[in-house]
Structures are given as structure tokens and as C-alpha cells.
Ligand binder design. Sequence first.
Ligand SMILES: Nc1ncnc2c1ncn2[C@@H]1O[C@H](COP(=O)(O)OP(=O)(O)OP(=O)(O)O)[C@@H](O)[C@H]1O
Ligand SMILES: [Mg+2]
Length: 294
Amino acid sequence: MAPADRRLHLFTGKGGVGKSTVVAATALAAAQAGRRPLIVELGHRATMGAIFDAPVGADPTPVAPGVHALNVDFHEALIDYVAEQTRVRALAKRIVASDALARFFAAAPAVSEVVTLRRLERLVDEEHRGRPRWDPVLVDLDATGHALMFLGLPDVFADLATRGPLAAFLRSLTALLSDRERTALDLVTLPDELPAHETRELHAAVVAQGHVPLGRLVINRMPPEPLSAATRARLPALAAAGMEAEVKLAERLEREHERALHIANELEEALGMPTVRLPELEPFGLATLAEALR
Ligand SMILES: Nc1ncnc2c1ncn2[C@@H]1O[C@H](COP(=O)(O)OP(=O)(O)OP(=O)(O)O)[C@@H](O)[C@H]1O
Ligand SMILES: [Mg+2]
């Protein structure tokens, strides 16, 4: 299935490249196309409230026309998970609240990721009048390092249990993460050397893990074309008229633009992923980015 049509999208990339912005703009674009997008942010990285200027809580709430968002908090997701096992929510709350267990849960490797993933699975599976309740589910994952750990969970699971209900449970999470029909990992980057380099490394690591199917590459903040052909032709005349500072600035912008283009072209070619380029916006406007993503 084409990446854009898949139900679950995980977004990652280097810190500050515009992951949350791209998630928000993708949700707007999906809503405009008549879909029912749900943005999922992870508890400790709450940003959607600020982006949409609307409160975001533990349950899906509307943040823009046709767009819902929710915050998956580890503690709540853990209670949900334990409640699922015990079938009694009040009991689950007490189990999770007990000191010793709280310490255990906080220290056990991958508990946070497992319960988060389970919550995502339930959101993806949720139906309303025989149709998927949310489509697509867009997850604003952490920056690269933590995302890799999240994406590598199938390897962790494979060692944890091979039989019994836990194994079956973990298998279904692995199945969701690695499903080419349902899931896509979208990479967000900038047309700069460092982020482009990190994106190549991330791409190589994800390919080597071999679990999560890749979606789109989003190259965010492409600088605008600095000069029209007519202006460029006039530069010598401007220099002759003593406007050297302006000419130097124009030439610098031109060089930066060419460098960005070069980095973007090389990255796009190296990764071979379907690619979208989003412009650097000044002033910034989410709706304009959403249009570029459609
Ligand atoms: N195309 C764009 N044009 C102009 N400004 C942009 C663009 N995309 C993002 N920004 C700005 O860049 C800043 C960082 O964006 P954002 O918070 O989405 O990055 P992030 O990758 O989610 O960061 P973090 O790693 O901290 O979560 C924000 O101020 C945002 O408004
Ligand atoms: Mg962010």
C-alpha cells in the first residue's frame, strides 16, 4: 500500500528539524482530504497544545477542524495495560500505584515502549460504525536515538517470551510495527549537512533492523529561490552602482540555496524513499505546509 494511505505513521528525525510541525501539517492535510486523523504525542513531549493552541489530554480531543489529538502518558497507558490483564481497572490502579511495582515498572527495560505500543495498537484497531475510528494515526515519536529503541522492539520481544499469552501479545505488537499494509516510518530532516547525515544513519539502522517499513522522507525548510533570473542579470549593474552589500547578500543566499538543493538531491537519491520537500516559511503558516503535503 502506498505509504500515505497507511493507517499508522511514526515520525522521527533529529531534534528540532520540525517533526511535530510536520505531524500537525500532515494531520491538517489528511482532514482536508476527508480522512479522520488522530495525532498522538508521547507524554513527556507535549507540543501539540502549543501548535494548535488547544488543550490536549489523555483522550482524543478536537484541536482543529477534522483533527483530533491525544497525549499518551506512560502511567495511564500502564494502567490500561494492567487493567486489560486483570480486567479490573480499580485493581490495576492499585497495582500500578504500589511502590515496589512502580519501581519495577520504571526500571524494567521496554515497559514504557510496550505499553505505549499497545495503546497505539488499540487506537489503530478502534472502529466506529464499522469503519476505522482514526485514519491515519500520526505519532510524534522521539528524536532519533529513542525512536531506534522503539523500532527495534521486535528484537527485544523475540528474546522475552516464546510461548504463552505474553508471547502472543508481543507477537501482535511486532506484527503491527512491521506491517507493510498498515504502518510507515516517516523521516523528517532539513537540507543541512548534519541532519542529512543523521538521516542517512537512521535510515541504514532501520533497514538493518528490518522491521518497520519506511514511509516518506520529508525534507523540511527548503530555502526559497532567492533571486529571479531578471534580478540575477542585474547584479553587475547593482555592483557598479555601489550596492555591494546587497549584491553580497544576494550571492550568499544564492549559494545557500544551491547548497540546500544539492544536499536534498543527494539525500533523496541515496535513500530512494518517496520524498516531499516543504518550504521554509516566513512567516510560518501550518495551513501552507498542509497544502504542500497534499
Ligand atoms: N517549514 C518551516 N518553516 C519555518 N519554520 C518552521 C518550519 N517547520 C518548522 N518550523 C519551526 O521550527 C521550530 C521547530 O519545529 P518543531 O517543534 O516541529 O521541531 P521538532 O523536530 O518537533 O523538535 P523537537 O525535536 O524538539 O521535538 C518551530 O519553531 C517551528 O515553528
Ligand atoms: Mg517535537
